[in-house]
Design a protein around this ligand. Structure first.
Ligand SMILES: [Zn+2]
Length: 426
């Protein structure tokens, strides 16, 4: 605390921390000292009136989407229209459901899970996760560039990954959150304060390994390096990502790749710096780390070359972790599908649907999950700030690195979708 105060003499931390309800803090981790140095300089340079205006503006800006139509429209006019090229604002009911989900997602999510996520879906997901884990074990064992000692470490980390599927075992208690009809802005403020207190209460308590960082209806998934867990909310376990009535090839090409993607995050440029217990610890030998860095450098260069909107390119470094996860995820899911079909017998391997082999169905399914429509303006913003590549390159950038894709569709080496200089990390 003394060090932090010395870093920013212009800002009274005691007053601030007491203000948000935090007493007796002995120490904290300042992960980005440069930010606080910059903040201190700005406080010195700008006069108090400028700060007051700026902070007032921030309050209004944050509340704008929940105020009257004039505020909502003015806010959308810049952040939607100008910045992202959106023609019209999202329907009001969609904005309302998103807001409610964000404020008390584990309350409203319970009904949603009961209606849309049967136990059978959880079981088939569990089976696919196991198949993906087996594929990754095999993948690590066969890596040509990694020494046995580091392989063993990677294997141990893989064994320690926890899987969370669908929804939390224990639901969050919202009984202390006050919600009043006709008080939208106040409800949002109370929900924000409620969430802040929830986070602050974790200090000095044991880590809750069962907690979720996404609500059940969310169409997304995540890997958390400090927990070493992969999380799949029920929202993503719906078509087109997951459909229990469809063939294995379709599901492995969609949710299978997502499972592989999250697992690979444990071994991308950031995740690989944490061990199986979620601690920041270098478990790599220096030469293996060097070989890993050479392989990720190939991906950085490759993705730097992909154009998004005319004249704008992806940032290979910013998107590296996601690209590594996309490429690894596709490879692992394909392997898992082949093993699954093999176990079912040779007939399953050749079973065509609408004229497509299982391998072709797998890649078509993968293409469909990231098929999307984006304005040029929004693609420019994505290229600058989003650690994910845009949909087009999440598909084409990944399958061109996959020999299995080339083989499935009869490409020959050297063609654009099967280049000779393809990259591979995992
Ligand atoms: Zn990701």
């Amino acid at each position: 605390m003394t060090q932090l105060q010395a870093l920013t003499p212009e800002f009274n931390w005691n007053t601030y921390l007491h203000g948000i309800g935090l007493q007796d803090l002995n120490s904290l981790n300042v992960a980005t000292p440069v930010f606080f140095l910059g903040m201190n300089t700005l406080i010195q340079e700008q006069d108090m009136d400028a700060w007051k205006s700026y902070l007032r503006w921030n309050v209004v800006h944050a509340a704008a989407p929940f105020l009257s139509t004039a505020f909502v429209d003015a806010n959308f006019d810049f952040y939607g229209k100008t910045l992202l090229g959106q023609k019209e604002n999202q329907a009001r009911w969609k904005r309302c459901t998103t807001l409610t989900d964000r404020a008390m997602g584990e309350a409203v999510g319970q009904d949603w899970v009961a209606q849309h996520f049967p136990p059978s879906s959880k079981q088939s997901m569990q089976r696919m996760v196991t198949a993906l884990e087996t594929a990754m074990k095999k993948d690590i064992a066969g890596l040509p560039w990694m020494t046995p000692a580091t392989k063993q470490q990677a294997d141990e980390k893989l064994d320690q990954i926890r899987n969370k599927i669908g929804y939390p075992e224990k639901w969050r208690d919202y009984s202390k959150l006050v919600v009043e009809p006709n008080q939208l802005v106040a409800n949002v403020e109370r929900a924000n304060a409620f969430e802040l207190q929830h986070q602050l209460h974790k200090i000095n308590k044991p880590v809750d390994e069962k907690e979720w960082g996404m609500t059940p209806p969310t169409v997304n998934a995540y890997y958390n390096p400090s927990m070493n867990d992969i999380n799949f909310p029920a929202g993503i376990l719906q078509p087109p990502f997951f459909d229990p009535t469809k063939d294995a090839a379709i599901n492995y090409g969609a949710i299978g790749v997502v499972i592989g993607h999250e697992m690979t995050h444990g071994f991308d440029d950031e995740g690989s710096q944490y061990d199986g217990k979620g601690n920041l610890r270098m478990w790599w030998s220096p030469e293996d780390r060097k070989a890993f860095d050479q392989r990720t450098a190939c991906e950085v260069k490759e993705y730097n070359g992909f154009e998004t909107a005319p004249g704008t390119h992806l940032n290979g470094k910013l998107t590296l972790g996601e690209n590594t996860a996309d490429n690894g995820g596709l490879r692992l899911a394909y392997q898992a599908l082949m093993e699954t079909l093999k176990a079912e017998g040779s007939q399953a391997m050749d079973q065509k649907v609408d004229g497509y082999t299982p391998a072709q169905q797998f890649f078509i399914s993968y293409g469909q999950i990231w098929c999307s429509k984006q304005t040029d303006a929004s693609m420019r913003v994505s290229a600058k700030v989003d650690p994910h590549s845009i949909g087009k390159w999440r598909i084409n950038g990944v399958v061109r690195n996959s020999e299995d894709f080339g083989k499935a569709f009869g490409c020959t080496k050297g063609q654009p979708m099967m280049p000779a200089d393809a990259c591979r990390v995992w």
